[in-house]
Design a protein around this ligand. Structure first.
Ligand code: SF4
Length: 553
């Protein structure tokens, strides 16, 4: 039972000024101030695993306690999925139990996006046997199944854990998957390999009850790639590879990024962190979040709100003085990436002379059978390593040069191209109304057909462009940082009917000049109008762009 906040919170109890009333443990708010906090205090989410294995899997869906079903299941990567046939207009008006299907979405965490071919094969087999073939690559490098029955969970865990995979804290108010560069340890241009830090953080933090009751989710990213390939700007904490003029390769520390309905770009603390200290600093930052994070309102419970209120200087001071007990070194900011694409698609030389081959499923949608074939194909070409990317793509590592063409051909035969159109390469979509209980509109299928249409209509368009399709304002597929960000909502069509559509945001971007897209006032398109609208925007851009101008400018 998690009814005693960790010692650190009590030790660091201090005056918190005007934010005393936001439910921070460090301000003495140990009495839960809302239902979510009460659920977490009643019992640690991690404890639900035993009940799933010993009770719910035996007795079935109807035996599941309500607080476990809609709360603690997440600590093991499980959400109920949306009952089929409920349209987006009813999302906000129905009670949660009316939206619940008796099947689950299950998320497998893949820290750093690292998989062996043996693990990929098991992921595919579980999909085929227990998930009706579903297996989406998410923009957080996870794999997500649907149609999972509670009765099958013990066997699913047995299979996944048997090859070193885990669903622990894949969802919930927890340290979620740690994003990592898909080409960590192999890329020719790498500044530093963050893999040891990811492993150490996993060892210390994931499944540790000291960190299993956070105010809300905690998103992390570590990459030493100059391509800035983990969307570090929108994570709660991020470590970005930089070369310190005196101390050499290490990491620049960012905190407080996040999207959803109150988007914020993370802020630099101006601190340089050597590889061996990354886990300590991570523990300090997550400790601050646990102890000082706002718990009264779910809508203010992400780290970004605390960072916005404190500012970078105070956050660094608290981190150094109260959590690390020492000062951090000052350090430089990362350089802007040379390339706009961060997805590692295509064929690239590794520093050991072999090659990595990145390919693009449509909007991350694959299936179990395809994943098994990818594992077979990689092994047949001498590789045992595959990676997922934070752009819903995949990469096969360690291919000898003379075997590259055959692998590329084999992937293409699975409709997994290594040279996709800019539309396939740059379009992402969240889960949407097919399975998500919060969704208002359909996304995956809509985005896939948008790609097909744009490929037909604009065959000469070659500029990098990102199109992010989201089923609701929660921005799981990053509405605000796309060239064309689409937020699902009901809109009025020409006949005055309420139909599925999107609010349009234009000109968002990460990397060179991070910033949020402009919400174009009044600009809403119906889902049916979407291909015409996007075609028009892209044609106008092509016709009017100045030399060297990117879409986002
Ligand atoms: Fe669901 Fe909304 Fe997230 Fe899409 S953006 S997956 S619809 S919560």
């Amino acid at each position: 039972m998690a009814d005693t906040p960790p010692k650190k919170a009590a030790q660091t109890r201090r005056r918190t000024g005007r934010h005393r009333g936001e439910g921070q443990w460090a301000a003495g708010h140990f009495t839960p101030l809302n239902a979510n906090e009460q659920t977490k205090k009643d019992d640690d989410g991690l404890n639900v695993r035993t009940r799933i294995e010993t009770i719910y899997a035996q007795r079935g869906f109807d035996s599941i306690d309500g607080a476990d079903l809609r709360g603690r299941m997440r600590w093991w990567g499980l959400y109920t999925q949306r009952r089929p046939g409920i349209d987006g207009g009813r999302t906000a008006v129905l009670e949660p139990e009316e939206l619940d299907d008796e099947y689950f979405m299950l998320r497998v965490r893949i820290d750093g996006g690292r998989l062996t071919t043996a693990q990929l094969r098991v992921i595919g087999e579980v999909s085929e046997e227990f998930g009706r073939g579903t297996a989406d690559i998410t923009d957080r490098q996870n794999v997500q199944y649907h149609w999972i029955r509670i009765e099958d969970m013990p066997e699913i865990w047995r299979r996944l854990e048997g090859v070193g995979l885990s669903t622990t804290e894949a969802c919930g108010d927890t340290p979620r998957v740690i994003l990592g560069s898909p080409v960590a340890g192999i890329a020719e241009d790498e500044i530093i390999d963050g893999t040891p830090a990811i492993d150490e953080i996993q060892r210390r933090v994931v499944g540790n009850p000291d960190f299993s009751n956070l105010p809300r989710k905690f998103k992390s990213a570590i990459s030493g790639s100059p391509q800035l390939d983990v969307a570090h700007e929108i994570n709660d904490v991020a470590f970005v590879g930089v070369d310190h003029p005196e101390h050499g390769p290490g990491f620049d520390l960012w905190v407080g990024g996040g999207l959803s309905t109150n988007p914020k770009i993370g802020v630099r603390l101006g601190a340089w962190v050597p590889l061996e200290e990354v886990a300590d600093v991570y523990e300090g930052v997550i400790g601050i979040f646990r102890d000082h994070g706002y718990r009264r309102l779910r809508t203010r419970a992400r780290l970004k709100f605390l960072v916005a209120d404190w500012g970078a200087a105070r956050f660094r001071e608290v981190l150094e003085q109260e959590y690390l007990g020492r000062a951090l070194l000052d350090g430089p900011a990362p350089d802007a990436p040379v390339e706009r694409w961060r997805d590692h698609v295509g064929v690239h030389r590794q520093r050991d002379g072999r090659h990595y081959v990145g390919f693009a499923p449509r909007v991350g949608r694959v299936d179990g059978a395809t994943l098994i074939r990818i594992a077979d194909l990689a092994e047949a070409h001498g590789s045992e390593r595959v990676r997922t990317t934070a752009e819903q793509k995949m990469v096969v590592l360690d291919i000898e040069e003379d075997r590259v063409p055959s692998l590329v051909e084999g992937l293409a035969a699975l409709d997994l191209t290594t040279s996709p159109s800019p539309f396939r390469r740059g379009t992402m979509a969240c889960t949407g109304i097919e399975f998500c209980k919060l969704a208002i509109v359909e996304t995956k299928g809509r985005a896939a057909s948008l790609i097909d249409e744009l490929e037909k209509r604009l065959p000469e368009f070659t500029e990098p462009v990102t199109i992010n399709v989201n089923g609701c304002p929660n921005s799981c597929a990053r509405i605000q940082i796309a060239d064309i960000g689409l937020k699902g909502q009901l809109v009025t069509d020409a006949e005055g009917r309420q139909v599925e559509g999107f609010q349009v945001h234009l000109g968002g971007s990460l990397g060179l000049e991070p910033g949020f897209g402009r919400k174009v006032r009044g600009l809403k398109v119906t889902s049916d109008e979407l291909p015409d609208y996007v075609e028009r925007v892209l044609r106008n851009f092509s016709d009017q762009r100045a030399e060297g101008e990117r879409f986002a400018t």
